[in-house]
Write a protein of this length. Structure first.
Length: 115
């Protein structure tokens, strides 16, 4: 397991906004595509303040988070994440990211959830 792999798993497991935010560059962008936010109109988060607000919102929800797989390379990262709500609703996210200096500079996440 790489350091980035362990840090990503640890941040999600602990629901730790600051630990997750530390994996991203100050000017990182994150695109999120789902049933509501199509590829033509994704959620677009830019910079630490937007990322912090998003991560804090996600971790404040009554749900579990479990990283399935993490694949890292010198300049890239891929991972899958499974989430669950107490009512049984499941969410799956697959993400790819570009890295520079060991931090995420751009991430694209695609998520699907039970209807």
């Amino acid at each position: 397991m790489t350091t980035l792999d362990a840090a990503l798993r640890g941040a999600y497991s602990a629901r730790d906004t600051d630990a997750l935010l530390a994996l991203y560059a100050d000017d990182a962008t994150v695109e999120i595509v789902d049933a509501v936010h199509t590829p033509s109109h994704p959620i677009l988060l830019r910079g630490r303040d937007a990322l912090r607000a998003h991560f804090a919102d996600v971790f404040a929800r009554d749900m579990t988070h479990e990283i399935d797989a993490v694949v890292t390379g010198p300049n890239s990262l891929g991972y899958s994440l499974r989430c669950g709500y107490p009512d049984g609703t499941k969410v799956v996210c697959a993400a790819t990211a570009s890295l520079a200096g060991g931090t995420i500079t751009h991430e694209l996440g695609v998520q699907a959830w039970d209807a």
